[in-house]
Design a protein around this ligand. Structure first.
Ligand code: FES
Ligand code: FES
Length: 183
């Protein structure tokens, strides 16, 4: 039997509380007043138009929504916009250069045919970028790379080319560091 709460109209809707958040996104400071329940993924896509961040499962499983939060890969579907207040966010839109030249990780994914539909790709790439930029040696064995990618699901590729792309990305990154050091 359906029960009604006394004196509360069935269609009563109370507005969400809002909060003003200020974030650094891809090097720019942005400020918006949003619902306190708004996810960072929705903030990036709907408030800022940064639709390169994809949304798949929306509960932390697939990794499609991965962005960098203060330099580390994080799930934007598990982070509220208010939790990101004052933090540094990087999305896939930050990677290509001003002339459209690809970031080494993007280049490697292209060279190695590491994508098909591309839905998982921005999240994969941001995860790989965060590992390549982190201090410390990377384990570039197949097992090590698969471990690195274990939080990002791809339903198309079978992962083989993605594993190759990560190894290629590490080579390209090393090359570009060597060139920069050589002036
Ligand atoms: S959409 Fe965030 S983990 Fe799947
Ligand atoms: S390329 Fe389609 S989900 Fe990965």
């Amino acid at each position: 039997m359906t029960q009604r709460v006394a004196n509360v109209p069935v269609n009563a809707v109370s507005p969400d509380p809002t909060a003003t958040v200020r974030l650094h996104v891809n090097g720019e400071e942005v400020e918006r007043t949003v619902s306190v329940r708004m996810l960072l993924s929705d903030f990036l896509r709907h408030e800022l138009g940064l639709t390169g961040t994809h949304v798949g499962c929306e509960h932390g499983v697939c990794g499609a929504c991965t962005v960098m939060i203060d330099g580390r890969a994080g799930r934007s579907c598990l982070t509220l916009a208010v939790q990101a207040n004052g933090h540094e966010i990087r999305t896939v839109e930050s990677l290509a250069g001003p002339e459209g030249d690809l970031h080494p990780v993007q280049e490697a994914f292209k060279d190695c045919h590491a994508l098909q539909c591309g839905y998982c790709t921005p999240g994969m790439i941001m995860n790989v970028v965060s590992h390549l930029e982190a201090d410390g040696d990377l384990d570039l064995t197949d097992e090590g790379i698969r471990d690195m990618l274990s939080g990002n699901l791809c339903r198309c590729t079978g992962y083989l080319n993605i594993v190759s792309a990560v190894r290629r990305a590490a080579e390209l990154t090393e090359q570009s560091h060597t060139e920069q050091a050589g002036g």
